[in-house]
Design a protein around this ligand. Structure first.
Ligand code: SF4
Length: 479
């Protein structure tokens, strides 16, 4: 995982389910039972968002109506994040707000493992569960808000279930939990060891999403390249054909479905090398999101992360030789306990040499329950902030220069929204939510999900600006 995904700014609030409901037809809306209404707040990372989608899908299937305001709801579910202190605080605040505005609140998600902490602040919540406890959450809803009588409203739920992302992209979660024990992270204690989803189930879900209009799959997990390790990469089945529970085989099959396939949270295991040919064949996007976290060997050891800077640089070089278009996104932590000035300088040297396209960086902050809290020599806050600023200064120049190299080139851009300034979209090099965008100023006659060819004419540190190069909408990728 990347720490960045846990920023409380990236949240889905009560307004998100409105979009889901708005996507339904008026006819369906009329047929929704109005007497069992749920409000839902989903906080935290995309993995939590997928959990929220699953709970909402089940509730909608049972005939519950999902409503956009606290006032309209009979009961509110808050899916919390508990990764960093700021996320805990936001989760507790949100629970408080839901209690104040509505009064009937069920809590689930990562913070739910700390039931005592929640009860200490909010003793009146109806029930609390930890992450991916879908069935228990639904049972708790049954207990406090009886199921609508004319059930099941199976037809109210689209085949792909309830989605909280726009119609044209979707997160595809391929496993739960994590076998690593990075010392700054408490995910394994909250979500347990790696459990891979059966390969056939993932491929079925991807196919359903494709049928529902999804054009871009964002493959996520805590550690995407570990997919199948827990089941020793056993052979599963899909459409009657054997498919190994392995990242490479999964990517090959996903790549045949005619959607953009974007890989997030890829741990740099050796077999990641085998994905590069799939990028050249156009099966998966030439985009890798690899959270390197640091470059200094000693700090990586303290973090309990594998790898060394030289080996990583060699591999990045080899990947780029094979696939010059490859975009690499990463995240780093500065000011980890014990990090010396020399070790930080080594990290700066690394990013200068690696020339990564997109980078998130965080000043280390203690996470309750993390092993790293016990390490000696904490870095003073002002030093951490200074290192963060210096890191971002160096990377800012690299990012600006990498984006400048797109000027004059043509890219297929998928439109995410149309604002008062024009259409805003992304090309293969930009993941939603975390990367920059392509602005098409003055272009209004497009809709979210449309794909158009653009020439990039301007860029800054984060974003690009382009102009349409064709009148007609481009064909969907792979179609
Ligand atoms: S233990 Fe490491 S790899 Fe696993 S979720 Fe945490 S940071 Fe990611």
């Amino acid at each position: 995982m990347t720490v960045e995904k846990f920023t409380p700014n990236q949240t889905t609030t009560l307004s998100a389910p409105v979009k889901v409901l708005d996507a339904d037809t008026a006819e369906k809306k009329r047929r929704v039972s109005g007497d069992a209404r749920i409000g839902f707040v989903s906080l935290g990372c995309p993995k939590n968002l997928v959990d929220s989608e699953r709970i909402l899908t089940q509730l909608r299937t049972e005939g519950y109506n999902v409503v956009p305001t606290y006032n309209d709801a009979d009961l509110v579910i808050v899916n919390t994040c508990g990764f960093i202190d700021a996320a805990v605080e936001e989760s507790l605040d949100t629970i408080g707000e839901a209690l104040k505005e509505n009064g009937k609140v069920i809590v689930t998600g990562c913070l739910g493992v700390k039931e005592d902490e929640i009860r200490e602040v909010h003793p009146n919540v109806l029930a609390i569960t930890g992450p991916h406890a879908y069935e228990t959450v639904v049972e708790q809803v049954h207990e406090h808000l009886p199921q609508p009588s004319h059930n099941p409203f199976v037809d109210l739920v689209p085949d792909h279930g309830v989605k909280l992302t726009p119609r044209h992209y979707a997160y595809l979660k391929i496993s739960e939990g994590c076998n690593h024990r990075c010392t700054f992270c408490i995910i394994p204690s909250m979500r347990g060891d790696l459990v891979s989803k059966p390969v056939g189930e993932i491929l079925d879900e991807a196919q359903r999403l494709k049928k529902a209009g999804v054009k871009e799959l964002l493959v996520i997990s805590q550690d995407t390249s570990a997919y199948g390790v827990d089941v020793k990469h056993r052979t599963g089945f899909w459409n009657g054909m054997p498919v190994k529970t392995h990242m490479q085989q999964l990517c090959e099959k996903l790549g045949e479905m005619g959607m953009w396939v974007r890989l997030h949270y890829v741990y740099p295991y050796p077999h990641v090398d085998n994905l590069i040919p799939l990028m050249n064949e156009g099966k998966v996007l030439p985009y890798l999101d690899i959270p390197f976290q640091h470059a200094n060997k000693r700090i990586l050891r303290l973090m309990k992360r594998p790898g060394s800077a030289e080996r990583t640089l060699e591999r990045i070089k080899a990947w780029r030789e094979q696939c010059p278009e490859l975009i690499i996104r990463s995240t780093f932590i500065v000011g980890f306990p014990g990090e010396t000035e020399a070790e930080f300088e080594e990290l700066l040297d690394f990013i200068r040499q690696a020339q990564l396209d997109r980078v998130g960086c965080f000043a280390y902050s203690e996470v309750d329950g993390a092993k790293a809290n016990e390490l000696p020599d904490p870095v003073p806050e002002d030093v951490k902030q200074d290192r963060l600023a210096r890191f971002m200064q160096v990377q800012g120049e690299i990012s600006a220069q990498r984006l400048r190299s797109r000027i004059g080139k043509e890219y297929l851009v998928v439109i995410d929204e149309v604002t008062s300034e024009g259409a805003v979209g992304r090309c293969f090099a930009d993941a939603p939510e975390v990367d920059g965008v392509v602005h098409l100023n003055g272009v209004y006659d497009l809709n979210p999900g449309d794909q158009v060819w653009c020439e990039i004419i301007h860029s800054n540190e984060h974003d690009c600006w382009g102009v349409l190069v064709e009148e007609e909408l481009a064909e969907s990728v792979g179609e």
